[in-house]
Design a protein around this ligand. Structure first.
Ligand code: 2RA
Length: 339
């Protein structure tokens, strides 16, 4: 019989998606614990035809738990992740708390599964595995197969990030504001300090002394760790756009070795977790709506970067569901690798 599983932060957008993905993929858990803050403890809900009661997250919550899926914010992960590991649990953490810790594997199963080779169920001790940031996952699922073939020297990413990345409340606010604006009322701005509907703005993550925001620096640092390449040049601009739950990203790649667009398209057509939508004749390319609630990252606009000599540059456009592949699916694919 399978592992005992705990979901930490079960009431959040990603927590709920954990349950959807566990069910969709028939994850073989023998038991499952629904953990959240005191505020949600006691709430009942049905999952897979069984009634579950949300329990308050405490250190004792992890006794007897084999795998814990965390998505309850960085402070909860920092407080309870190590406690869970101490009690023998393997933690898959969706927060940014431990991603850059050199002892913590940062894993996209299609990209760098070997990073967690040393961690398995039944090894008699806990461990911590970090889920990369959603915009990093979505970019690298597409960029890595190309990198493996022609070695990326420089990557420039512009993201168009969905509301879901800022949580369920941000999705609700986008919907509310859209209604308000259409009715000529002033928009309610609680989550973001400015109008979101019919607008876009630089990502809400804090801006650092180098002028980049935290989201952009995650793309830079996490890519270097996942590719195990501290020299690759990366720059990113992350923008929040009025889209519900799928991120879009424009990615420019400069290679060490030539890679022509047809070869790139073939590589992507055969890449795990990728679907190519690249129909120039009908101008049909990836869109957030087309990838929402789906597992695959969609790639299109595959073309030679004409600002580069020969075939040393390529532009692509990717879309991926932020809640699913960007968070919950990736974490559960990691959990599947432990079985
Ligand atoms: C965002 N990547 O989209 C963040 C959330 N994890 O805001």
């Amino acid at each position: 019989n399978g592992p005992s599983v705990a979901v930490v932060g079960v009431t959040g957008a990603v927590g709920q998606e954990f349950l959807s993905v566990l069910s969709d993929r028939n994850f073989p858990y023998r038991s499952i614990k629904m953990l959240a803050s005191k505020r949600s403890a006691g709430r009942r809900f049905t999952f897979e035809e069984k009634e579950h009661v949300i329990e308050e997250l405490t250190p004792e919550s992890f006794d007897g738990v084999d795998i814990a899926l965390f998505s309850a914010g960085g402070s909860i992960s920092r407080e309870f992740g190590p406690i869970a590991v101490e009690r023998g649990t393997i933690v898959v953490d969706n927060s940014s708390a431990f991603r850059m810790d050199e002892n913590v594997p940062l894993v996209i199963p299609e990209v760098n599964p070997e990073a967690m080779d040393h961690i398995k169920l039944g090894m008699g001790k806990g461990a911590l595995i970090a889920n990369p940031n959603c915009s990093t996952i979505i970019c690298l699922v597409a960029a890595t197969p190309l990198h493996r073939r022609a070695k990326v020297l420089r990557m420039v990413v512009s993201t168009y990030q969905a509301a879901s990345g800022a949580g369920a409340a941000a999705m609700e606010e986008l919907e509310l504001q859209t209604r308000e604006v259409l009715e000529g009322r002033s928009p309610t701005c609680k989550i973001f300090n400015q109008q979101y509907a019919f607008n876009l703005f630089s990502h809400n993550a804090s801006v650092l002394s180098n002028g980049y925001n935290e989201e952009e620096m995650k793309m830079v640092k996490e890519t270097r760790k996942i590719w195990n390449d501290k020299d690759v040049k990366i720059t990113a601009t992350c923008i929040r756009v009025p889209v519900m739950r799928a991120h879009a990203e424009s990615v420019n790649l400069q290679f060490e070795k030539p890679l022509d667009e047809d070869t790139a398209r073939d590589i992507l057509k055969n890449a795990p977790g990728v679907v190519v939508i690249d129909d120039r004749a009908s101008n049909h390319f990836p869109t957030p709506l087309e990838v929402s609630n789906k597992d695959d990252v969609a790639v299109g606009r595959i073309r030679r970067d004409l600002s580069q000599d020969g075939n040393l540059g390529l532009d692509i456009f990717v879309c991926g569901d932020q809640v699913r592949k960007g968070a919950a699916l990736n974490a559960i694919q990691i959990a599947e690798m432990l079985l």
